[in-house]
Design a protein around this ligand. Structure first.
Ligand code: ADP
Ligand code: MG
Length: 299
């Protein structure tokens, strides 16, 4: 497969790509290296992994990172309740015939092992896409543990032994730059930065994902979003907000974007009261700019 075929595959799954993105995906598949994707919220980082799994017709296994995530939640846990229940049943039936060590072996067998995403990915029957989402939310300790897994592709469960990956997963790691990631993790991965989309890219995404939206409405929404992102906001809206807004306005049967309606529906794209105020104060200016651009380009 070459780069343009990868681009076509992603596009065919509804992902609007640009050359840098398809190249990064292509290289990470060719070199079998994890791809670390960073960028602001809502620019399509997580979506890449989902689309890749669909395009490659394989499963997506997702590890959502959060503060306090530890190895056991990412790897495996013993089903303690089932183990206890099993012991009680053995006791009640009085079927404990052999050694207690046999019993121990039984309750620490695969039947009572709950596989978490990393172990699932390693033991999957075919190479899955492993999405390690928002890795910067987890702490540094977890990051070093992760690095070990990504290098060796084997996991040791003391009670069972070492489990070696049957197929090396295709790994996508995403980060929102909540904190700096370690040099070591960066070195292990290929790197892709995705920024807010430009007007053309966002318009293509809206046209592709919001069926009922008119060309004019879509263009005006995307123009407005471009201008809005120039403001100094606490939480700059991403593509998800643009899509929500387009869906809402299309559902309200608008085929263009009146100024009053922008004001009434700001809550769809801005989720912070300070940002709402900032936008309200600049609304006339934003609208003006949007109109001027539209007139110039004959929209
Ligand atoms: N290039 C793209 N093509 C199609 N849809 C996209 C694209 N980028 C983002 N989206 C859409 O935008 C939304 C947010 O994307 P997501 O991947 O969740 O953002 P992130 O993980 O960067 O915060 C999703 O609904 C996704 O479908
Ligand atoms: Mg995401």
């Amino acid at each position: 497969m070459n780069v343009s075929q990868i681009a076509d595959l992603l596009q065919s799954q509804g992902y609007i790509t640009e050359p840098a993105v398809s190249m990064a995906v292509y290289l990470s598949m060719q070199l079998k290296k994890p791809l670390l994707i960073e960028g602001p919220a809502g620019v399509g980082k997580t979506e890449i992994a989902k689309v890749m799994a669909r395009a490659m017709d394989t499963d997506l296994i997702r590890l959502q990172c959060y503060e306090g995530l530890d190895a056991s939640h990412a790897l495996y846990e013993w089903n303690y309740q089932r183990q206890l229940l099993h012991l009680k049943m053995v006791e009640a039936q009085g079927t404990l015939s052999g050694q207690t060590s046999d019993l121990e072996e039984e309750i620490f067998g695969e039947k009572f092992l709950m596989k978490r995403p990393l172990l699932q990915a390693i033991t999957h029957h075919r190479a899955p896409v492993l999405l390690i989402d928002e890795v910067d939310r987890a702490d540094e300790e977890f990051e070093s543990f992760l690095l070990e897994v990504l290098s060796d592709w084997q996991i040791t469960v003391p009670e069972i032994g070492t489990i070696q990956a049957t197929h090396i997963p295709q790994v996508i790691v995403t980060g929102n730059r909540v904190r700096e990631l370690s040099e070591a993790l960066r070195r292990r991965c290929l790197y892709l930065w995705i920024d807010y989309p430009d007007y053309e890219k966002e318009l293509a995404i809206v046209r592709g994902k919001v069926p009922g939206v008119s060309q004019k409405l879509a263009e005006q929404i995307c123009r407005f979003m471009q201008e809005l992102r120039q403001l100094r906001l606490e939480k700059t809206p991403g593509i998800a907000e643009t899509l929500d807004w387009a869906t809402a306005l299309a559902a309200l049967h608008f085929d263009h974007l009146p100024k009053e309606i922008i004001e009434q529906t700001l809550g769809v794209i801005l989720k912070d009261w300070k940002d709402t105020r900032t936008a309200q104060l600049s609304l006339s200016e934003l609208y003006e700019k949007m109109g001027v651009v539209s007139k110039l380009e004959g929209v």
